[in-house]
Unconditional design. Structure first.
Length: 318
């Protein structure tokens, strides 16, 4: 097989990674942008979404009334993010609010929350990786073109189907679902009153409170929304990667890399950085190794922090 098919394969795998990473990083960016809280436990909300997806899919799939395979996944994608968001809102009210959202103390608090969630999940569901069946997973071969030398009859560009070059219908669904969800979040933030309230709270918390905006409720809702997006990313990825109580570490690292490169609090920057990191990860993993992809992404963060600390799309602080 020539180089071209490998590039397409790496690009497709990278787009799946970018789609999931964009959802997760968007939640992290929202929490920091509005609340100025660095949520170190964000990766555990991703993990909770995946583990709850397995638990819900297993419970629903084993029920006689829901015989079709997609029933468990459909229930998981609706219920798991909501349960995770409710857990995050409770953590906000019980922990972060009592610390008055102090940046330094909330970092320590979310580190503690990380280990609590991780150990409770380990004691409740065990250390084994749990698979979730995709609702549909049809193999889709991908064609490629190459130049064939020859006469007028046989020469020119020829379409052929390289062996092993393909993807699945579920992976394409993950890419499209993430694109739709990101568009919906953008519309909510820019076209609705709820988005206006969140933006006002982000710009000036005290002034927003003076105008009657319930800042505490806004913070709880934003923290829940961020955790729900992370959990939704976990639900989408678990048919591709199995659910495990330690699966939140790498996505957390990549999410921080994305929001730093894109610009903290910038939705367009988050999406663009997720595409850069995701596609780069896919291509480098195909040709070299996943470890090298993580190293290059980390070096990218270092260069951004040196030459443009506010990120590619972040505004310069006065």
């Amino acid at each position: 097989m020539e180089l071209g098919p490998y590039l397409i394969l790496g690009l497709l795998e990278g787009l799946v990674t970018a789609a999931v990473l964009a959802l997760m990083a968007l939640g992290l960016s929202l929490v920091f942008g509005v609340m100025r809280v660095v949520n170190v436990a964000h990766g555990e909300f991703f993990m909770i979404g995946a583990v709850l997806a397995w638990w819900i899919a297993d419970a629903v799939g084993s029920h006689p009334a829901f015989a079709f395979p997609a029933a468990g996944f459909m229930a998981a994608i609706l219920i798991a993010p909501v349960l995770t968001a409710m857990l995050a809102m409770a953590a906000d009210q019980l922990v972060l609010k009592r610390l008055d959202y102090d940046p330094e103390r909330t970092i320590v608090a979310t580190i503690g929350l990380l280990y609590i969630i991780q150990q409770v999940t380990l004691m409740s569901f065990g250390p084994d990786a749990r698979p979730v069946e995709a609702p549909f997973n049809h193999r889709l071969p991908i064609p490629f073109v190459e130049w064939q030398a020859g006469g007028l009859q046989d020469g020119g560009w020829q379409l052929y189907w390289p062996w092993g070059l393909g993807t699945t219908s579920y992976k394409l669904f993950v890419i499209m679902a993430a694109a739709v969800l990101i568009t919906l979040i953008w519309l909510v933030l820019t076209r609705t009153r709820a988005g206006l309230v969140m933006r006002a709270t982000r710009i000036d918390r005290d002034m927003a409170q003076a105008f009657g905006i319930p800042v505490g409720r806004v913070y709880a809702a934003v923290f829940g929304l961020g955790a729900g997006l992370a959990a939704l990313a976990g639900v989408l990825i678990v048919p591709i990667q199995q659910a495990h109580y330690l699966m939140g570490h790498d996505p957390l690292l990549l999410s921080f890399i994305v929001v730093i490169i894109g610009g903290l609090g910038s939705l367009p920057g988050t999406v663009v950085a997720a595409l850069l990191i995701g596609v780069g990860d896919g291509l480098i993993s195909v040709f070299f190794s996943p470890t090298l992809a993580k190293i290059i992404a980390t070096l990218g963060v270092a260069f951004v922090l040196i030459f443009r600390p506010e990120g590619l799309f972040g505004g310069r602080r006065q």
